[in-house]
Design a protein around this ligand. Sequence first.
Ligand SMILES: Cc1ncc(COP(=O)(O)O)c(C=O)c1O
Length: 426
Amino acid sequence: LPANKWEPVLPDSAGIAGGGLALAGLRIDWLAERYETPLYIYDETTLRNKARHALEAFAPLKARVSFAAKACSTLGVLRILRVEMLGLDVVSGGELEAGLRADFTAKDMHLHGNCKTASELETAVEMEIRAIVLDNTVELSQLETVCARLRKHARVWLRMAPSLEAETHPYLRTTGRRVKFGFASPSCEEQAALNAVARSRWLKLSGLHVHLGSQITDVRIYQRAAQRLIEIAESVPGDISELELSLGGGWAVAYRPGDSFLEAERVAAALAPAFEAHDSYRAAVEPGRALVARAALAVYRVGSVKKRDGVRIVAVDGGMGDNPRPALYGTQYAAILPSRPLDEPVGPADIVGRYCESGDVLARDVLLPPVAGGDLVCIPVSGAYQLSMASTYNLVPQPAVISVRDGEARLLTRRATHDDLFAREI
Ligand SMILES: Cc1ncc(COP(=O)(O)O)c(C=O)c1O
């Protein structure tokens, strides 16, 4: 493969076999025949490399690295990340259950959420989860009530929303003006929450948290956030020797060759001075996308090709049902024809999905070789926030998910059936 062109967006085991694109030595067109399309293929080597790379980068800081399960909650993927010794950030009872099913223990997980249910809080307290990340004062009192009823203590972090604004899509920004997450910082509310936890019989403050947003390329905002968390930590009354200060996730990935991205070691290096100067605090991070996005390819079969206003409109058998991201916040992807990855492009094409929405466009203006009905199209960097955000819109069954490693493929999630679609109807 033209390495410099595709390297930032293809999985680590990608290569050419007999003129076609292959992962772990298996041709994509062969996998598509065997498992049908749309098909999501996770490369186990990339997942393991990404996890190890992040752990190594943060080892000098003795930082805890957790995976944000919202990016991909496929159990087979979570199990691989568990074996690699990551912690898990979950945001619902469902993700908590996914973590347990993937063999994470309660001590490996922390629970986020800006509107947790009473039963989620109860489950988390009962199982003695590593930390419950409090988002607001109502939740704080709710949790105290739950703890008092169960006569159990809970470790809590407070989620802070400093007035820092990451340069990213507004829907991917989680601090700054009018965001819905956490305690505005500084604010009276933040102070009241810190005091309430300090006074509480049942809650023990074990950390402070900030997640700035996603697709962040400039590390300086992480430094400012760390500084802010340290300032807050210094103002906390009582024993704070074991406080974890979590900087969330958000490291950008490249969706197309040439896009900027942020590697683990750059974030770690940026955070190091602040934590070295305050070594009683333990750093923590919880990347999602950066660990799994590049590990997967989505593979679709082309139905029709039309020409409109000089651009080919290539319709494929998936789309916004399995990947809502372009419609949600305008993500731009690349595309490859896996049977002829080295052929020269002849002009632009829009890869459109099969769903009844004009916004169902997976990739716009991508340069492609000649393409016809029956061909396969791969969308790289499909491992994060696609299947975990998938819907059954238009009642299209959701795709199968496989993993590949050393010439072997494993089915992780079977393709959904029509019966699955109606399983909850009375
Ligand atoms: C609280 C929190 N932590 C971590 C993440 C992971 O972000 P990313 O996948 O961009 O690393 C998110 C994403 O929404 C989040 O909300």
